[in-house]
Design a protein around this ligand. Structure first.
Ligand code: HPA
Length: 249
């Protein structure tokens, strides 16, 4: 079963046919919102999906306070095997300006103080997962095909640098990320992607660039402008999700 973890701008998904909502409590605490069990109706098929808004209903959780472990644990318990994450990000890579769709292939983690692991060590083994390729190759391929079918322009490779937030970066921090090889900057890919891997879940991300990263455009960053870009891109994100859900069954 496919789950969609919605990011900023995708707190609700009324286009889904909702079957039930279920509050889930896990050994790691509560997840961001009730899990929405739903169906995507596409080309005469009813495709089951679970939707979870990462920031909670009404966007009340900032990136550093999200209970990533509870979210991933609840999805696994609900029978999810694949996760499509949606992320609003800042852009640094060539052509990755506001409005660009990007399917990252790599990650650098700059976060700190977040619960990074389920710590299965307590159960008798230390969980050194392989994370060489943080995103599922198969899901990335399907996502790239879905963006092509949706006739959207997109970038099919990028390194996502995950910062701690909730503040945006300084211009010097962005220059460091560029030197490190990052093309995108966001605050939510980690530890989400690593926790998915610990649980053996396939995971890929669809990123929408909502601003040039700090210092790359001539003005200061404006959250209002980011929200406008997000609002303009959300219907294309939903269209891509519908195509993707149909391709993954
Ligand atoms: N930095 C970090 N996270 C973000 C940005 C940014 O510029 N834009 C959207 N999410």
């Amino acid at each position: 079963m496919l789950a969609i973890i919605g990011g900023s701008g995708l707190n609700q998904f009324p286009e889904l046919r909702i079957i039930k909502e279920r509050y889930v409590s896990t050994p790691y605490g509560d997840c961001s919102a009730p899990l929405t069990f739903a169906e995507i109706q596409s080309e005469g098929k009813n495709i089951p999906v679970i939707f979870l808004p990462r920031h909670g209903k009404g966007h009340r959780l900032p990136p550093h306070l999200i209970n990533y472990r509870a979210n991933l644990w609840a999805l696994k318990e609900a029978g999810v095997t694949r996760i499509l994450a949606i992320n609003a990000v800042g852009g640094m890579g060539a052509g990755m300006g506001p409005g660009a769709f990007v399917v990252p292939h790599q990650l650098i983690d700059y976060t700190w103080g977040r619960e990074q692991s389920f710590n299965f060590a307590a159960d008798g083994y230390v969980n050194h997962i392989d994370f060489t390729q943080p995103y599922s190759a198969r899901m990335r391929e399907l996502l790239i095909q879905s963006l092509a079918v949706a006739e959207l322009p997109f970038h099919q490779e990028a390194v996502y640098g995950c910062t701690q937030g909730p503040r945006l970066e300084t211009a010097a921090e962005i220059q460091r990320l560029i030197r490190d090889g990052c093309d995108l900057v966001g605050m939510t890919a980690m530890p989400e992607a690593a926790l998915a891997r610990e649980l053996g879940l396939e995971y890929a991300a669809l990123c929408l660039v909502v601003n040039w990263a700090a210092g790359l455009a001539d003005q200061e960053l404006s959250v209002d402008e980011m929200m406008q870009v997000l609002a303009a891109g959300i219907s294309d994100i939903k269209k891509t999700i519908f195509i993707f859900a149909n391709a993954t069954i």
